[in-house]
Design a protein around this ligand. Structure first.
Ligand SMILES: Nc1ncnc2c1ncn2[C@@H]1O[C@H](COP(=O)(O)OP(=O)(O)O)[C@@H](O)[C@H]1O
Ligand SMILES: Nc1ccn([C@@H]2O[C@H](COP(=O)(O)OP(=O)(O)O)[C@@H](O)[C@H]2O)c(=O)n1
Length: 420
């Protein structure tokens, strides 16, 4: 079974490696010859470990790569000796889209090298993962990286050692490089293809596909306005959308639509590639319903594309808010085949008030929503991504006044912008 070839890690010599230690990224690259460069700072930080390795997940099959990456950490934590520590690691071609490979930097302080090396050997022979080890040269001033041989690629038996040298931080944060069509999908076909390919491993994927048309159908623009209400959990979307429905005699829809509820929990457990494809397709189903309802009445929608894209981007991008793709990046574009609402209203709320409302409501939350609660940085990233998404008219509304005041304000906005 041909699992991997060197061509899957193109331009090995131009690659940059990033290791995250205590939340901070360290960059290094490799050279065939040493020209007096310094030891990369990350190797100074970890030099007290007996052995160092990197593992990078690499397969031309995106679904296999996503699934295996999700399983790898659990496997390593389960099977490695307790004196081993993992740090997130990646390798990429600076500023080259889709070049990111994810993995782990493994620091091993166990007494014997055998158990770790046996496990790594096994992984490198059986799974879509490349393993490298790092060696300190005698004088301690130089470190080298050695790529382990690959059973499928005998040429690599002779692969030599490369010196590791420091590298600059790239212009675009590496975690942004693979967003397009792995975390955010910009057409029905791209998302459909992912679910179609995992039909054999996830039966629920087939149930979703059965509900969908085989392609996004071109539709006439609805006669009535379509207003999407967005915002983090507990900002008051449900309360507001129900009041708007009553006040405007509108239809109320949501994304993902009700018919996908039975499958949702399953997709929430899947890696981002599969999970995000599910939510992307949910928007197309909701768009179908909007198309029908919008011929008869105004339509109010609880969450739509902004939720799908902003949560996906905020999860994919590690580190600080400044690592997000800049305003105007193509990552924030609206899918050309997805219906554009007449207006998107994003509810914002002071974090303390949002927490208070969450507590009062006291019901179960998705893991991602719990994360929002604990992780101020993630919340900021979601809100920033919300603001940067391009496409339909967009307005932010402070949701801290009373429910009725928020309703009146949004009604004013809708009447002003949508001529209702
Ligand atoms: N403007 C408001 N002022 C005070 N409490 C509100 C307001 N809007 C909603 N709530 C309360 O906050 C909680 C979360 O509101 P909800 O509409 O369920 O939010 P979401 O749908 O965005 O998760 C509910 O208990 C709701 O009654
Ligand atoms: N259109 C949508 C709606 C939700 N989602 C995802 O679903 C989660 C929030 O949905 P939810 O139903 O728990 O939120 P509330 O409606 O309870 O505020 C987010 O974490 C998003 O990742 C999405 O991707 N696209």
């Amino acid at each position: 079974m041909a699992r991997r070839t060197m061509s899957l890690i193109p331009q090995w010599s131009s690659r940059v490696f990033s290791v995250e230690l205590n939340g901070a990224p360290f960059y290094f690259s490799t050279r065939g010859q040493h020209r007096g460069e310094e030891v990369p700072p990350v190797f100074r930080e970890v030099q007290n470990y007996a052995r160092l390795y990197s593992l990078l997940v690499c397969s031309s099959d995106k679904i296999r790569r996503a699934k295996f990456y999700a399983e790898l950490k659990e496997k390593l934590l389960r099977e490695l000796p307790p004196e081993c520590h993992l740090s997130p690691m990646s390798s990429f071609l600076p500023n080259v889209r889709d070049s990111l490979l994810n993995g782990y930097f493994l620091k091993d302080n166990s007494e014997s090298s055998s158990p770790t090396e046996r496990l790594l050997r096994d992984l490198s022979q059986r799974d879509p993962v490349f393993v490298c080890s790092y060696l300190k040269c005698e004088d301690g001033q130089l470190w080298t990286q050695r790529l382990w041989p690959d059973a499928d690629c005998p040429a690599m038996e002779t692969s030599k050692d490369y010196y590791v040298v420091p590298s600059e931080a790239p212009e675009y944060h590496p975690s942004t490089l693979n967003i397009i069509n792995s975390d955010v999908f910009y057409s029905f076909e791209e998302a459909y293809e992912v679910l179609e390919k995992c039909g054999d491993i996830i039966p629920e994927a087939m149930s979703v596909l059965e509900l969908l048309p085989s392609r996004a159908e071109a539709r006439r623009k609805p006669d009535y306005p379509v207003i999407v209400i967005e915002g983090l959990d507990a900002t008051g979307k449900t309360t507001l959308t129900e009041s708007l429905r009553d006040a405007l005699g509108a239809s109320l829809l949501q994304s993902p639509p009700q018919c996908l509820s039975p499958m949702r929990a399953r997709f929430d457990r899947e890696p981002p590639l599969i999970r995000r494809a599910f939510y992307a397709l949910g928007n197309y189903l909701t768009a179908e319903q909007i198309g029908q309802e919008g011929m008869k009445t105004p339509v109010i929608v609880d969450r739509f594309w902004h939720s799908t894209a902003a949560y996906a981007i905020a999860t994919a991008v590690s580190g600080q808010v400044c690592n997000l793709p800049a305003e105007g990046s193509e990552v924030y574009r609206w899918p050309s085949d997805l219906l554009q609402p007449s207006l998107v209203v994003v509810l914002t709320l002071d974090p303390e008030e949002r927490k208070r409302r969450l507590r009062n409501r006291g019901q179960g939350k998705t893991v991602e929503e719990q994360e929002l609660d604990h992780n101020q940085l993630f919340r900021l990233k979601v809100e920033t991504a919300y603001q940067r998404i391009s496409g339909p008219a967009f307005v932010t509304v402070d949701a801290s006044p009373s429910a009725d005041q928020v309703l009146q304000q949004v009604l004013l906005l809708i009447r002003g912008k949508c001529h209702l």
